[in-house]
Design a protein around this ligand. Structure first.
Ligand code: PAF
Length: 283
């Protein structure tokens, strides 16, 4: 059955307050729509853990630092609702823009430190937009648990920090990245790749797995990063923004996999920005 689509905060609150009064736990899956198997796996995790599940769909203008990217972002509400139907979520919250940013909206939630690097460096203002909208969605839904994909690992860390710092009573749960059989991480942006682009995109994961294997054997990151960049550019990527090895907890840079580490990469292909990260076993 298709879940009800709620477009206003008062419709949402009517549901959540009734659920809370009845002692139900609430899980939320924040999304920007164009749902794929990665999002559906988050809704499945929420469905397994919580009495009531809300999926939110809001293309948040404040987190796009490139107006063209915002304009091109796929909007597929009817398809999204159909994909969620078999999962039996309890509500789909598609807020009208003024329900999130009413006239005169003047507040920004900004997380320092974790946002200085990687996505924060290449997409100025992006994480302020994410932290602001996610704080609002947490407060509006009054959920007990929120589900985020590890594909956007830095975002997961930022959101967790924000919720802790603001004492928002919600557990932020990270779920594994869902991949195509080729290894390419699922992303709404993949819709914009040609068949050839989809095949080339999978090379990023292969290169990262190869690096992770060498790092786990004790290799120095500095010896691997140049050849990895060259491999991606030769494969057809037009630009590699960053390849970084970082501490999985603090995102501090690492020279080798001497403690729990993650390898991050972002590169451009056919005008699409692909982002990925993987766990690196400690050497
Ligand atoms: O990951 C996303 O889709 C977005 O950044 C989020 C968390 C829904 C906030 O707009």
């Amino acid at each position: 059955m298709t879940a009800p689509i709620l477009r206003t905060l008062s419709e949402l609150r009517a549901k959540t307050q009734a659920w809370r009064r009845a002692g139900r736990t609430i899980g939320v899956v924040p999304t920007m729509g164009a749902l794929h198997q990665g999002h559906l796996s988050l809704a499945q995790a929420a469905r397994a853990d919580c009495d009531r599940v809300i999926v939110t769909i809001f293309v948040n203008p404040k987190q796009f630092n490139n107006p063209e990217d915002l304009a091109k972002y796929p909007r597929t509400e009817q398809d999204d609702a159909a994909k969620l139907a078999p999962l039996e979520v309890d509500a789909i919250y598609v807020p009208d823009p003024d329900q999130i940013y009413p006239d005169g909206f003047a507040t920004t939630v900004s997380v320092a430190g974790l946002t200085d690097v990687m996505e924060g460096e290449f997409r100025p203002g992006h994480f302020d937009g994410v932290a602001t909208v996610v704080a609002k969605l947490f407060l509006q839904t009054q959920a007990d648990r929120a589900y985020f994909g590890e594909k956007d690992y830095q975002q997961l860390m930022v959101v967790r920090r924000m919720a802790r710092d603001l004492d928002i009573p919600i557990e932020v749960i990270g779920c594994p990245t869902v991949r195509e059989p080729s290894g390419l991480a699922m992303s709404s942006r993949n819709l914009r790749l040609s068949d050839q682009g989809l095949a080339t995109g999978a090379r990023m994961q292969a290169v990262m797995q190869d690096m992770a294997g060498q790092l786990a054997q004790g290799a120095a990151f500095a010896d691997l990063v140049g050849p990895a960049r060259d491999t991606l550019l030769t494969a057809g990527f037009s630009e590699v923004e960053y390849i970084d090895l970082r501490c999985a907890e603090t995102l501090a840079p690492l020279a080798a996999a001497t403690r729990p580490a993650r390898l991050f990469a972002t590169a451009w292909l056919e005008g699409v920005r692909l982002i990925d990260n993987i766990d690196v076993p400690t050497a």
